[in-house]
Design a protein around this ligand. Sequence first.
Ligand code: COA
Length: 263
Amino acid sequence: MSDAFEFLLLDVSDRIATVTINRPDKLNALNARVIGELDRMFAALAARDEVGAVILTGAGRAFVAGADIAEIAEAASGPAGLSTVAAFGSRVFTRIERFNKPVIAAVNGFALGGGCELALACHLRIVAKGAKFGLPETKLGLIPGYGGTQRLPRLIGQGRALQLIFTGEMVEAEAALAMGLANQVVDPAGLVDASRSIAKEALKNGPLALAHAITAVTQGAGLPMDEALALEAEHFGAVGRTADMREGTQAFLEKRSATFRGA
Ligand code: COA
């Protein structure tokens, strides 16, 4: 398989990988090829020790305007129907959610359908003024199929999630912030800087602690509270056995900055 990416751009600087979905003529709509490239990109970035955080964004006026509707329509009438389409997208988005380094969605424009779901699979959402979120699938006679019916209610509550799903309405960045869908709203010109600044803050901290926190939060969210707390305790114990934990606590006691080595 070729290492080249047709629809993704990658820039790595200061330990931050910026992945740009680059299909602007179709508002970065997610066809199977784009989703496959995201899968391959995140697998590659997981293995690159010099990368400590990822920013995911879109080229042009959209973050992602959804799954590729032409491809969905064609797949629906094919022998496998849409189940395999959803299973593939969900698997890739879950890989992103479970990525072992912080993943920040820098939402630069439309984040609709699969684009909203992709942003939901990222750990944080920094949003440019003017960007719009929505799950318009019911307008197409569909439902969200890449995790939207599960991740959105967990993030903003069932009532608000169902309202977005029932109406297919688009919500502006400020409304997304008010409902907890966006972490921060910034001027479009400041989107990259704001996203990098959060990534840089995270990169000052222990990488193993970040990885364990991601697992505890994302996997704990789907568990009953007792099991979720047991999972947290397990990860708390695991970080407690790291050299980074000894360095972090020792540095505090010695009133100096910690130097984490990811061990
Ligand atoms: N799938 C496939 N193509 C898409 C797409 C999608 N989800 N979203 C946009 N495009 C394409 C358009 O077909 C158009 O292609 P063309 O120039 O070859 O005709 C191009 O991207 C630009 O989109 P256009 O609709 O002309 O831009 P607009 O500014 O008038 O409207 C949106 C922008 C986002 C409101 C509109 O494109 C839209 O509603 N997209 C679909 C959103 C959606 O339902 N997503 C969920 C899919 S499950």
